[in-house]
Design a protein around this ligand. Structure first.
Ligand code: GRF
Length: 192
């Protein structure tokens, strides 16, 4: 059994989609949600789905081993970032080598880096008059949005798109692909 922890700071619609996807898979389970925001809607979703939640502060995350100890005690072997906004500290990257995956709501390497999250990303894509946007699923390394790409999928940017309408189209790609790509990577590593 592979145990996933999902880190999320916001609504958690991807987290919920991933939890539901793996509910029917015997080999992989979402074992906990970890969040830095005590008011994040992802907490309501997790509670509804019966998934334990860890809420931590900035000091917990960057100055203690509270989060790492929690992950170890829950036998977590993969970390999935789904709308998690803080830079992942080195101790987590080092403890989960090639087992830490993020999704970014645009086609990296463009439109990534510090401050590029949520509607800021979609606004930047529209401002640059891009015809195409999409998702990038990638491993996490020590820099924002710079780890190796696992998968990308694209969608059109339509004339008259707002950040909200483009986000909705990108979200559809996220729901369709993120759980499957996570599963693919876990099963691939299992074989090696
Ligand atoms: C998604 O667009 C994801 O790509 C980005 O943050 C957003 C999270 O949305 N990293 P949700 O909280 O899963 O609804």
């Amino acid at each position: 059994m592979h145990h996933l922890a999902i880190f999320a700071s916001g609504s958690g619609s991807n987290a919920e989609n991933i939890i539901r996807y793996f509910q029917n898979k015997p080999q992989i389970r979402v074992s906990c949600i970890c969040t830095n925001r005590p008011d994040a809607y992802v907490i309501d979703r997790a509670e509804r789905l019966g998934i334990p939640v860890l809420i931590f502060t900035r000091a917990d995350f960057y100055e203690t081993d509270l989060v790492l100890k929690y992950l170890i005690s829950n036998k977590i072997d993969w970390i999935i970032l789904a709308g998690f906004l803080w830079l992942v500290p080195a101790y987590l990257i080092d403890n989960f080598p090639q087992r830490l995956i993020n999704i970014h709501p645009a086609l990296l390497p463009k439109f990534g880096g510090k401050g590029m999250y949520g509607q800021h990303v979609h606004q930047a894509v529209i401002d640059c008059k891009e015809n195409v946007s999409g998702i990038t699923i990638h491993y996490v390394n020590h820099e924002y949005d710079r780890g190796s790409t696992i998968f990308q999928a694209t969608c059109p940017v339509e004339a008259g798109d707002t950040p909200e309408s483009l986000a909705a189209r990108v979200h559809e790609l996220e729901y369709a692909y993120f759980p499957k790509i996570i599963e693919q990577e876990i099963l691939k590593q299992q074989k090696t």
